[in-house]
Ligand binder design. Sequence first.
Ligand SMILES: NC(=O)c1ccc[n+]([C@@H]2O[C@H](COP(=O)([O-])OP(=O)(O)OC[C@H]3O[C@@H](n4cnc5c(N)ncnc54)[C@H](OP(=O)(O)O)[C@@H]3O)[C@@H](O)[C@H]2O)c1
Length: 279
Amino acid sequence: MNTKNIALIGPGRVGRAMARLLPSAGYEIAAFGGRDPARLREAIRTLNPPPEICTITEATSRADLVLLTVRDDAIEEIARQGAFRRGAIVLHLSGALGSNILQPAKEHYGCFIASMHPLQTFATVEQAVLSLPGSFCFIEGDEPAAQAAERIAEALGMIPRRILSEHKTTYHTAAVLACSGLTALLHAAEQTAQAAGIARDDFWTAFSPLMQATFRNVRALGAAAALTGPAKRGDTKTIHAHLDALASHPDLQKLYRLLSDHAARINEETSSHGKESNE
Ligand SMILES: NC(=O)c1ccc[n+]([C@@H]2O[C@H](COP(=O)([O-])OP(=O)(O)OC[C@H]3O[C@@H](n4cnc5c(N)ncnc54)[C@H](OP(=O)(O)O)[C@@H]3O)[C@@H](O)[C@H]2O)c1
């Protein structure tokens, strides 16, 4: 079995980043499969040497190691319809799904299945190529496939970690809160600052030291000790004034209320723990 030879399926952001990184990590891309030849041609345009492009079914049979970088909803369909080599290793990169979604490939072709999720955001291919080294990669599945995934992660400079299959969806929920949740929150802060006449560039210049100190404090002290602001002080009049200020932005107002309630709960839990330990 040659696990240095990879069939890559799905020329999206993750697939294109993998196509850029794998060859310099000692892997050969035996085939790059996808449903749209034009997308595939565009994906390989700057690769040297360019891998062979083909249909998804062809790609599943081209290597002993198949890496699925398609969107989550398409993974099971490919595991059902692919023509895999007997005993091949099949990996997907979804954070939310376990390796069991690949079960059809195991049942029909005796494949070894695993999932490997790079805990990183692929906003653009260029950014992802730079950010992946040093990022963690969470892996679960059949042992030979999980070990192959660990080798790929290490070759790409990532730090492999095992995770229980039953924890994947919850783990990924945390990742989404930390990444797209944070993005949405930053966007809300940016919009609110704009309502106060602060332009986007000024927002980032003026608010970055505050955001960076918050990030450092939460990490070093924990959320309860790092918490400041009206929810911490119990300044309900200030909270109501903030809600009034957002009256013409009902979505932002709703978000502010949720976050403020959550901050108050963190504060209450800490105070009640403090009381218990003093008793
Ligand atoms: N984006 C991230 O930050 C990130 C991080 C870690 C892991 N992941 C995981 O990586 C995987 C790919 O995500 P992505 O961000 O690269 O998504 P993406 O940029 O939207 O690309 C998705 C790819 O899936 C293909 N696809 C969609 N539906 C299909 C179908 N029915 N049959 C065959 N192919 C289909 C698309 O094909 P076309 O090219 O023809 O449109 C495209 O190549 C997902 O499992 C995701 O959970 C993503």
